[in-house]
Design a protein around this ligand. Structure first.
Ligand code: FAD
Ligand code: AMP
Length: 465
């Protein structure tokens, strides 16, 4: 007889969702997490709630309001004589949001009768988890099933070790003043989002990206439009820039990098290292692949029966919603259900302004796969609702199979792209054709009409273009 049906290691969006779903399905469940907040108290929610998705969006929203008041309010006839930023209020608002949401998960655990354990977990034998509490005391618990959801941590590079003025994403979310000159290594989603926050608040931002292409994983037309927009907003993005050394001294950071013109130097007040994230398997004691991820099959089952790995720690898309969906799938499969993950239709979002969102394949991927496709495109400049909002940048692009008309990918750059993409995800989950979207009535005036028009354009019958 084991102590629990399931022990979940990690209470990020993968682990806490898995634990709740296990409990809903009638399993006795414990969830162990080692996270301590700045007050040294356990805090649930993992990277996402404490130092990831939520705090970054809180600062993105605050900085957007400031930027709007500064640059765009006048066009609406709104004048503001003296505009000020109070970073400590902005950071306190962020902290309050984190507190409410992390405590919310603790309440959900109580409601679902999940045992919450604070400490570092490791596999210590068959069906066994040893937990070292923060006071050093140890206990060993047994479970029929173990779900590892230990997430990831910011990737480090030896040429830019974290120091006073060299920070990772966690440090960059906690600046207590606005750096005058801000350097960022890496132009992935995290680098771009943090760059946007501080640029909107007044930093001169320079992003150094080793790859020659901007946002190589996104649709090329959308990436090009977003790059132009960020440039207009004042972010300097240098592509093909390989950082070779950094020196932090005299309250500034000197960055040496090489681009196609040769050796270059950039001097900044703060440097953010945003070169990706690495899986967190320290302490767990489970075999990992050469990149440190726990290998799993399509049902997140590891090589050891009864042990699953979900979320950032198993490779694939490092996204909160991917982690949560895997958590639900694993819980349901443990309960004997036949749940599956639809890995081909995971939405991706980059929360710059306006937002980038996509689901499914890009044209480039389809070309490599020799799939014939057709594209419908609608610019937000032709949308009445976008015009009314004064937010006319960007477009919707729908890619459909040339023969069957099945939607293969939807790519959006524009206002509220993060919300608009949900319709595309649903359409793809239902294996819809572009014609299905074209024949669906979209309310007027809404931004979603841009999706309708792009779907009409797949057959060359867009109305407002
Ligand atoms: P995590 O959230 O990393 O949680 C893992 C948990 O496991 C942690 O609480 C950790 O303390 C605990 N743990 C680890 N090892 C042990 C152990 N041995 N014992 C006990 N506990 C342990 N994703 C999005 O989808 N949308 C976004 O907008 C977004 N924005 C982001 C912004 C930033 C700045 C960052 C850094 C990330 C962002 N992400 C975003 C990524 C997202 O945060 C992760 O994909 C997500 O948190 C992964 O969830 P997870 O449950 O796998 O792991
Ligand atoms: P992501 O993994 O999407 O968060 O993006 C991280 C980005 O950092 C990638 O686009 C990498 O190419 C970039 N990167 C990694 N190392 C360096 C480096 N030394 N100099 C510049 N860019 C880098």
């Amino acid at each position: 007889m084991t102590d629990y049906n399931v022990i979940v290691i990690g209470a990020g969006p993968g682990g806490y969702v898995a634990a709740i779903r296990c409990a809903q399905l009638g399993m006795t469940t414990a969830c162990v997490d080692k996270w301590l907040n700045s007050a040294n108290k356990p805090s649930l929610g993992g990277t996402c709630l404490n130092v990831g998705c939520i705090p970054s969006k809180a600062l993105l929203d605050s900085s957007h309001h400031y930027y709007f008041m500064q640059k765009h309010a006048a066009a609406h006839g709104i004048k503001c004589e003296s505009l000020n930023i109070d970073i400590s209020t902005m950071q306190a608002r962020k902290a309050k949001i984190i507190k409410i949401l992390t405590q919310g998960i603790a309440s959900l655990f109580k409601k679902n009768k999940i045992t919450q354990l604070a400490g570092i977990a490791r596999l210590s034998g068959e069906k066994q988890v040893e937990i070292t509490a923060h006071d050093g005391s140890k206990q060993t618990l047994t479970a029929d099933n173990i779900i590892i959801a230990s997430g990831s941590v910011p990737a480090k590079i030896p040429i830019a070790p974290i120091a006073d003025n060299i920070v990772d994403s966690t440090g960059a979310l906690a600046f207590d003043s606005i750096p005058k000159r801000l350097g960022i290594i890496g132009s992935g989603a995290i680098g771009l989002e943090l760059g946007s926050v501080w640029s909107r608040l007044g930093s001169q931002v320079t992003i150094l990206e080793a790859l020659p292409e901007f946002l190589a994983i996104a649709d090329r037309k959308i990436a090009a439009a977003a790059q132009r927009e960020l440039k207009k907003q004042g972010l300097k993005i240098i592509l093909g820039a390989n950082v070779t050394a950094t020196t932090a001294a005299n309250n500034e950071v000197t960055i040496n990098y090489k681009d196609k013109k040769g050796e270059q130097i950039l001097i900044v007040d703060k440097l953010i290292v945003a070169v990706g994230r690495q899986p967190n398997t320290r302490n767990i004691r489970i075999p990992v692949n050469k990149h440190g991820f726990i290998p799993v099959d399509k049902h997140c089952q590891t090589a050891i029966p009864g042990i699953y790995a979900i979320g950032d720690v198993n490779g694939g898309a490092m996204l909160a919603h991917k982690a949560s969906e895997e958590g639900m799938m694993v819980a349901e499969r443990i309960a004997g259900q036949n749940s599956e993950m639809f890995y081909d239709i995971i939405p991706y979002i980059v929360y710059i302004w306006p937002e980038i969102a996509w689901v499914g394949k890009t044209e480039e991927q389809l070309k490599t796969e020799s799939v014939e496709y057709k594209v419908g495109q609608f610019p937000f400049i032709a949308s009445g609702r976008a015009r009314a909002a004064n937010e006319t940048s960007g477009m919707v692009r729908i890619i459909a199979d040339a023969k069957t008309d099945k939607i293969l990918g939807v790519h959006i750059f524009g206002i509220s792209a993060s919300e608009l993409i949900a319709e595309a995800v649903t359409a793809m989950a239902l294996e819809s054709s572009a014609e299905d979207l074209a024949r669906t009535i979209h309310a007027h005036p809404t931004l979603s009409e841009a999706i309708h028009e792009a779907a009409l354009d797949v057959e060359g019958r867009m109305i407002h273009g």
